[in-house]
Ligand binder design. Structure first.
Ligand code: ASP
Length: 459
């Protein structure tokens, strides 16, 4: 029988309290002009929190993915899981873009920006635009097959030295796992033992780092507010007033996508109640919101999928890192809304062919978007260019981009977790969820709950 826990001991409540206090502090700091103090004394805790999550992402993915593949009895299963995962990822992203387009065409937020505000925004953010355009030009100059070349590294240690190379790390781990299957049991065992042990250590580290999460998110939210406001809080309010309709369109699209597409997917493929799913991933969503990075959130997404939602390690170790890298539905939806919004506010009409181009480029761009803060707006430059809208138009939305980045990152990680649960269920590898059990498994001595988590098929 699961032991009940006091509400304030649950990690999502502690993180929420951290966020609320961070918001409160950020507002006071912005009003009182404490930006420098905040940068020097508060912000570093957020950076440490993100760094420590990123620190364990590579070992976690390598250990759990190699073990996941090595435990497969045949490789057909791997290609079946891979095929289903990619199909669901691409389909849900295309649906997200269509939702974005429908909403932006119906609400037409671009027609509601006052002319004076438009001119002011373009002037204010013109400097930031050229830096983003330069990065986007770099991406655009690559050949069509560069994406395949980028997946296969020439040196594993070089790939492992940056979390941005997650696709390469997934590729190498798959190859090592496949290599292990081909070996005699006695030859494979030493390496499997080491990786198993590493895997347990890293999962424990996620728990330890999460003890620090309330302070980490406090610091991240406080920093975000003071960054946005500078020392003049009225700036944020002015921005929100000018771009309110645009923000509403993006948020509406994200909510619609989560409720219709992800919850629909869960309903279609599993018996898991939506409430259970949400309870399981609440801390993941809060950390994604505070860090704006699905890459930094990845270790937590994997841990919660396995330990709380009952997804088998075999499925989660493949589906979640792949999702954090290529499945960005929130980003794709936002890019579609932003592209049409910018065109509308510049008085340009994006016809049907332009909208179809947006669907194609936004799906591809979201695959190529790095799982880090602010990456989505760089790929937006490419989308704008493909529909003939001047990329300088991103100046219009830069001011509120950080806020929307937080929300689209929540959507991105929710997508990864829903697809992991769906695939696990389709593969008969979804165990009983254990969302009501105590959150932290940090123990100094004794039992290892991970070892009791034998997946139970729902069929
Ligand atoms: N910050 C997003 C993520 O990490 C990417 C983006 O849309 O900028 O998922």
């Amino acid at each position: 029988m699961a032991e009940k826990e006091a509400w304030y001991k649950k990690s999502h409540w502690q993180i929420l309290i951290g966020m609320f206090l961070g918001l409160l502090y950020g507002l006071i700091a912005a009003a009182a002009g404490w930006t420098k103090f905040t940068n020097d004394w508060i912000a570093p805790f957020g950076v440490i929190f993100i760094n420590s999550l990123q620190l364990i992402a590579v070992p976690l993915v390598v250990a759990s993915l190699v073990l996941g593949v090595a435990s497969l009895s045949d490789l057909k299963k791997l290609s079946r899981i891979g095929g289903k995962t990619l199909a669901i990822y691409i389909t849900t992203t295309a649906i997200a873009v269509v939702f974005g387009l429908v909403i932006v065409n119906v609400l037409q937020p671009g027609l509601k920006v006052p002319e004076a505000a438009r001119m002011q925004l373009q002037e204010q953010f013109a400097g930031d635009v050229s830096a983003k355009e330069a990065v986007a030009a770099d991406v655009q100059n690559r050949g069509p097959l560069q994406i395949l070349i980028d997946i296969v590294p020439s040196n594993f240690f070089e790939s492992a030295s940056s979390n941005r190379n997650m696709l390469q790390i997934v590729f190498v781990s798959l190859m090592v796992g496949i290599g292990l299957i081909q070996l005699e049991k006695s030859q494979a065992k030493p390496m499997i033992d080491v990786l198993e042990s590493l895997n347990h250590v890293v999962i424990r580290l996620v728990d330890l780092i999460m003890l620090f999460a309330p302070l980490g998110v406090f610091s991240l939210i406080a920093r975000t507010i003071t960054d946005l406001a500078g020392d003049d809080f009225s700036q944020i309010l002015q921005l929100l007033a000018a771009l309110g309709f645009y923000c509403i369109a993006v948020v509406l699209g994200l909510v619609l996508h989560v409720c219709v597409t992800y919850f629909g997917l869960l309903k279609l493929t599993t018996k898991m109640p939506i409430k259970t799913f949400l309870k399981g991933i609440a801390p993941v969503q809060l950390v994604a919101f505070s860090t704006s990075s699905s890459g930094a959130t990845l270790p937590l997404t994997m841990e919660r999928c396995e330990e709380k939602l009952g997804v088998s390690e075999e499925v989660s170790s493949f589906v979640v890192p792949l999702g954090a890298t290529i499945n960005m539905d929130g980003t794709a939806l936002y890019q579609a809304v932003a592209a049409v919004f910018i065109a509308q506010s510049m008085g340009m009409d994006v016809g049907l062919s332009g909208q179809i181009t947006i669907v194609l480029t936004a799906v591809l761009a979201s695959i190529g978007t790095a799982a880090v803060p602010g990456a989505g707006i760089i790929m937006l430059v490419i989308i704008l260019q493909s529909i003939g809208v001047p990329s300088s138009g991103i100046a219009l939305i830069l001011g509120v981009d950080r806020i929307l980045d937080m929300l689209r990152t929540v959507t991105n990680v929710t997508g990864d977790a829903s697809v992991a649960v769906a695939i696990a269920s389709l593969e008969g590898q979804l165990g009983e969820p254990s969302v009501d059990e105590p959150d932290s498994h940090v123990r100094l001595h004794g039992d290892d709950p991970a070892q009791h988590d034998e997946p139970v098929s729902q069929d």
